[in-house]
Ligand binder design. Sequence first.
Ligand code: UDP
Length: 387
Amino acid sequence: MSVATAAPDRRSPSGLCERSPTRPVGDSDGATRAPLRIAMLAPPWIPVPPSGYGGVESVVSVLTEALVDRGHAVTLLCAPGSRSGARVLALLDESHPDEIERSLYESDHVSRAFAEIDRGTPEFDIVHDHCGFTALAMADRLDVPLVHTLHGPFTTATATFYAHHGHKAGLVGISRAQWASAPPGLEPVDVIANPIETDAWPLREHKADYLLWIGRMVAEKGPHRAIAAALGAGVPLVLAGVIQPGQQAFFDSEVAPHIDGDRVRFVGEVTGFVKRSLFAGARALLVPIRWEEPFGMVMVEALACGTPVIAFPEGAAHELVVDATTGFLVNDVPAMSAAVDRLSQIAPRECRAWVAAHCDADVVAAAYERAYRSVAAVCGARDFARV
Ligand code: UDP
């Protein structure tokens, strides 16, 4: 996922860009407290923010900027090429977009991050880890307490991992649906939505005549079902997305035969202004998913533009699609086609207002602030592991 927002002026290229906290921070409860010193640990794969597809990196970017804006001292430990208003510290010599999840790079990146944190200059109150599994597994080796956001679903393998290591950090989930398949007894410090910089997305109230599907070209995301639903509704469909390694066969057999440049158009990977305009102009975003989607950033991006979402009732769609307010939850393709006729019931401004209230970067940063303070209050990760 990529929000491709315009970089604030103060962002510097990779390198050091100190921004010490000098003013007290007004927390969401109205109390004034000392700014937090936060080590934000991004993955080593893609620079922050990502130029195209890059879900976790986009979340890290939006959250980091919001925390800096709230007056905290954030050091972003990340892939080279990253830009931020925080102090930027690239750990490896190059990024690794084609080696995602290769432990060689993840363990190298995390061990260098831990060495920086252990050095104690600057000191940190909290480490916020978005970086796969290594940092959580080793969190009890750090003196600084760690908050770990789970970005993926619980599978049999990851549930076993979290059952074993989850007590070493404060865990944050991204939806209640995600947490529903957590191993017994594993509790999050909080469930916090992924952030969006609402103002960076255009609200468009008068829509063009097309439906949109955008995402990864995999069966569980349902581009082929979106095609069937749009054809059934008699409304043109625009498909956007990247065909990642391993997805070509699915695209060739299930999607490509229906592309006619008229009723079904495929525009490939989109970013920046083109992506935001596509979201804003659509009558609705179709999300015919068949998997326990832990969040679904495209739904939030559509809503920010005042574009309703018609989704299957799976995973976090239950939380992001408020039936008849931000869109419709439907059970199958014919019901998705039929829901297109009801789109006039949805007010674009309500869609945007809902996102601003629940997922805006500042709301999310305030929730993380509370999570950081509650975990930091437990002294340190070694102590956290003993609680
Ligand atoms: N995306 C993009 N360009 C594309 C297709 C998708 O930038 O052509 C972004 C999209 O805007 C969203 C992300 O990719 O921010 C997909 O995130 P989501 O959580 O919906 O799905 P995931 O792929 O992480 O399961």
